[in-house]
Design a protein around this ligand. Sequence first.
Ligand code: ATP
Length: 240
Amino acid sequence: MLKVEGLYAGYGSTDVLHGISLTVPKGKVVSLIGSNGAGKTTTMRALSGMIKPKRGGVLLNGKSITGLDSHRIARLGLAHSPEGRRVFPTLSVQDNLLLGAFPRLSGNRPKGNVREDLESAMELFPRLKERRRQLAGTLSGGEQQMLAMARAVMMRPDVILLDEPSMGLAPILVDEVFKIVRKLKAQEVTMLLVEQFAAAALDVSDYAYVLESGRIALEGPAEKLKGDSAVRAAYLGGAH
Ligand code: ATP
């Protein structure tokens, strides 16, 4: 479980987040929705240690991870699948995935069976299975995005931060990504999801927060937010 309390973060002297609080309960999928520039990616970065929070606290399974380095946070069980294609281009798909398991192998968390998990990841992401020996840098953008997501899964984390997993993907791949999120949810993987497709994100989520200019403007069960007229007008194109 991930708990964020009164988080302030930003870049240089500029605050982007102005005291946000949210909870991602164990086994649940929680979405963070909001317009461009609202601070969704900044939230993910502040949680995973890519940037340091200025004030406030982040608790993972009841223990503070506030201000720790990103590699320590990963070892404690929080995985970040960042926006964009952050893979190791000169390594094969398989080696990228094996590296994904590294934080759990070097930390105090259960080590599990990495080979078995590799095969499960290949089943979950069939596109990667077909390309397991291909260099990651030669994958299409969408495939690289899936690899970044699969690498986070390989960590067997307690919580996954999924930042825009569908960004820049062709519609058929977007559907595939959401199917994978559903499968992970069925396995009770705990996720915080940021998605440009707010309607699809709410469909797979249990609960959601609406972020506006670095503040939580609204929150509630995803089903309820889907029916909220202000949310529909601002984020769902009014058509859902
Ligand atoms: P989008 O949906 O467009 O990705 P977002 O909600 O994820 O938006 P952020 O990427 O968190 O928004 O950006 C919030 C604000 O922080 C924006 O004003 C942005 O310009 C600024 N920002 C983001 N990254 C940096 C950075 N590395 N340095 C300085 N400012 C940044």
